[in-house]
Design a protein around this ligand. Structure first.
Ligand SMILES: NC(=O)c1ccc[n+]([C@@H]2O[C@H](COP(=O)([O-])OP(=O)(O)OC[C@H]3O[C@@H](n4cnc5c(N)ncnc54)[C@H](OP(=O)(O)O)[C@@H]3O)[C@@H](O)[C@H]2O)c1
Length: 317
């Protein structure tokens, strides 16, 4: 068993699972939509239509029960807490070649086409920066919310960030094995063209995504209900980025994982295929959510609100 093949397989299987749930209306309406898209007030009619045929059956009842297992949308914060924690954990493991590193490395054969140690350091730093920024945004910028997501969605997110904390270094195992840590590791050397392009795309996409998140937060008039719970009224975004794509923050996320696939390319390779597999999952997962976002904006604000706008990737989808 090869740990790299296993990791890539896990991302692609997860993407396949998301597509399967999306393709089956009875599953899609129950398990996929989250956040604003699952606003209870508007969803009922459509969901009722889509659930027809299975609702009355025992299977339908079981699915309904499963669909009730929801957690707050604000639990997204836990994804980034896990991501940052695992980044730090693996840094320690890699430096001392600890037992967890050894356990994974046992299943990754040595190769001449490895990421260099400094590449691992760069990509690890980028992933730590991504997790830290998102954690900050969730804790300091996002407005209180009462929207929810299915428990399975949350579990898949935790799995994604757990796998990605390993993807950062798994294609550099040969260099890590051969490396003797020293202070010279922290000397800044001229980056390769690939690292330069990867880091540049990462920084631009991160800044762009941060602006989108700050804008979305500014749209919400959070207020407390009599019971003290936060409620929110959603608005149609008018920021120029949202006039090209309904979900520019998702597009930025795709660019971020593309940039990691570029920066983490092993020696002699075209791209880092483990990160390309992660990118396939991200595009699939966010693509189906962006599809639901388009439907939700149209339902809520009318067809003019979505006219001429891509769902996620400008001019393409
Ligand atoms: N790597 C991955 O696989 C993955 C998967 C999912 C998400 N993400 C990333 O995580 C980030 C957040 O994703 P998300 O799916 O949570 O985004 P989202 O559903 O668009 O929600 C983001 C925030 O904006 C609010 N919001 C959304 N539309 C609004 C509107 N029209 N008016 C006012 N507020 C609005 C939401 O409020 P509520 O809290 O009330 O819903 C939430 O606080 C994105 O950048 C995405 O790329 C990554």
């Amino acid at each position: 068993m090869d740990a790299i093949v296993l990791l890539r397989g896990a991302y692609l299987s997860a993407a396949g699972l998301v597509l399967f749930v999306f393709a089956v209306p009875a599953l899609r309406s129950r398990f996929l939509d989250y956040g604003p898209r699952s606003s209870r007030t508007e969803k009922k009619e459509d969901a009722g239509e889509e659930k027809k045929g299975v609702s009355a059956s025992a299977v339908g009842t079981l699915l309904d029960k499963l669909a009730e297992l929801k957690v707050p949308h604000s639990w997204f914060t836990s994804f980034y807490a896990v991501s940052v924690t695992l980044s730090l954990f693996w840094a320690a493991e890699l430096l001392v070649r600890g037992p967890s590193f050894q356990a994974v490395a046992r299943y990754a054969p040595d190769t001449a086409h490895s990421m260099s140690f400094s590449q691992v350091l760069v990509v690890w730093t980028l992933m730590l920066a991504q997790g830290s920024r998102r954690l900050y945004e969730c804790m300091a910028i996002s407005k209180p919310s009462e929207s929810r997501m299915w428990f399975g969605h949350w579990a898949l997110g935790i799995l994604f960030y757990t796998l990605t904390s390993v993807a950062v270094w798994i294609e550099g195992i040969s260099s890590i094995r051969a490396h003797t840590p020293s202070t010279r590791d922290f000397l800044i050397q001229g980056p390769s063209a690939r690292t330069f392009i990867g880091v540049l795309i990462f920084l631009l996409a991160s800044g762009f995504q941060h602006d989108c998140h700050a804008y979305l937060a500014s749209l919400k008039n959070s207020k407390k209900t009599d019971g003290g719970a936060a409620t929110s009224d959603y608005k149609l975004p008018e920021h120029p980025a949202f006039n090209i794509s309904l979900t520019p923050h998702y597009f930025a996320e795709c660019l971020i994982y593309l940039s990691l696939a570029i920066a983490a390319t092993p020696k002699g390779g075209v791209l880092n295929w483990t990160f390309v597999s992660a990118l396939v999952f991200v595009m699939t997962n966010l693509g189906v959510t962006a599809y639901g976002t388009g439907q939700w904006y149209e339902r809520r604000f009318g067809s003019d609100a979505v006219k001429g706008k891509a769902r996620m990737i400008p001019f393409i989808f």
